[in-house]
Design a protein around this ligand. Sequence first.
Ligand code: PLP
Length: 650
Amino acid sequence: MSKEIYLDGNATTCVLPAAIDAAVQAMRDCFGNPSSTHATGLQAKAMMDSVRQRAKRLLGVGNGRIMFNSGATEGIQTAVLSALCALRERRERGEAIGSLLVYGATEHKAVPEALAHWNRLLGLGLELKKLPVDADGRHDLAALRALAPQAAFVCTMAANNETGVVSDLVGIGATLVGSKALWMVDCVQGLGKLPLDLGNTRIDYAPFSGHKLYAPKGIGMLYVREGAPYTALVMGGGQEAGLRSGTENMAGIAALGAVLAALEEGGTFRSPTELYGFREKLATSLRAAFPGIVFNAPFDKALPTTLNFSVPGLSSKELLDVFDAANVRVSAGSACSAAKAAPSYVLDAMGLPAWRSSSAVRMSFGPLAGEEIIDEACTRIERCGQALRNAGLMDTPVSGTVVPEGLLQLSLAGNHTWLLLDAPSRQCIVIDHQAELGERIDSLLHSHGYKVSARLSTRDGGAETDSFVFGAHTVRRAALDSSHTGYLLCSGDKVDYAFTGLAALSGLAGKLPADALVCAGREEVNACCTSLRAEAQGSMAGADLNLDSIALARLLEAHPQAVLVDVRETYEQAACIPGGRAAESVPLSRLAAFVPGWLDAVDQPPLVFFCRSGNRSAKAAQCLRRLGYRNAYSLGGGIALASPALALAA
Ligand code: PLP
């Protein structure tokens, strides 16, 4: 396996070795309860106090307070609860508090969710108001100026987690001069990356999270300005001077302390100049790999450690898949599901076109990144670009790669389009074309020199003739029911494949040969291909369909002739660093083309399908099982969970 390159630092980071050592030491040697008055407790308390002092120095909190908690989501709740309780009291005293809870349109979801939750629970009835951002992702100060007189509480962030855009906190502070509003700044993405001098600002609350900067998950801090109202979220034994009850997470505090020490003492983390250099290298490789790439945040207004980009014609899922295959971990800029990527609310708020917002990818690293890793990342990025270009996904002429031929399935949002490709004549038939796939199909065909000879629709019976010759096959039209036309791909009199669109399979008995492979038009009808005989017999999935790595090792030992089948797409396979156990390559989009060969084999060996996460391989194995191939399996959890000992190509 090639070494993983982790470029998702804004989601979380690994733990600094010194932080691991500090946590272990806190658990092994300094395990006392800091509330105990004996020596063991006092030692623990001394450690905790020294971490707190360090945090206070680093963040310049002046007379403000720093309390330890579980992370930023808790810090945000505490700040919101504190502000809203104070507002309620002020209002009960007859003071004018304003009517708005203002929050930046690009805030982490924890902020508006917490505001809505506590506003409802406390019965405040204040109005949540989104503060717009400009095209660069920065808060619109003119809008804030207009809202300020009615603002009761303002929530902004130091730097954005999706784009890295750094807020103009000085400008926001200046805009709020004269306003009585309380102010929270979510500093999660700013720690260690931005100079913070909290005591010299009018910021009332600032939550931090350890795991975004090389401390473990489950430890965080909240800054509270001297004199800012405070209401405890957790009551009990009065720990943290009564601000947050519950015995402290001492291992977490010790680990956070080691990170803060590294920040304060220097020598561990890269300088801003080095980080800018790393971003330049990554951006140069990205531009070379993906011509047409657009960066979604201006570099001069963003942290150097975050690159958010979109590539015309490529979805974030495709980019994530290819990067993951190359063992480069990045994340989608938007919440993407298997079916369709949801647009990013952050990029939407910046007014970016929908395609950029729904296909964005975020690449982020931390200040611990090393030159060698960045250089290796650049090599892999260029490899990924090459893999996608060779697969015909970027509308550039390709050479030296295998020309796709036969049957190809393209799916979008659960709808299937089928392409029949005749390589000798470079002719293609498109069945049930989807407009959203238009560019993808054009680029695929164009790259490999194919021309569309017919577009057929199972919905309107688009073919003019009842049958026509296509390469070595004949395509025949078949009436399926009142609203669906089928197309049959035949070798002589034998129907090899039947394309049936949305027609219910249960109604097709007698209209198609029982063993013809049926390729439906929608996921719910069938994910890959099936036959009427298979449908009549019912499922053969069985509980043993998914193998874990132990079961796989056993199966391979008992059946050395077993075949591993990689169902990832060709560009993912090409992005893999060569090595690992030999596997047959059958992308899921090509599965239907391979099914007859497997079904006709005399000695059906075990077939173990695998992919990145186990979803596509499960579809492949289910398809084969349903069609009567008993020995079909899926590697559950995918390559991600397979034991490295199996050394699958990754
Ligand atoms: N705020 C920002 C800007 C974040 O990026 C995150 C984490 O993704 C959070 C808040 C929540 O932090 P935690 O995971 O510590 O609860």
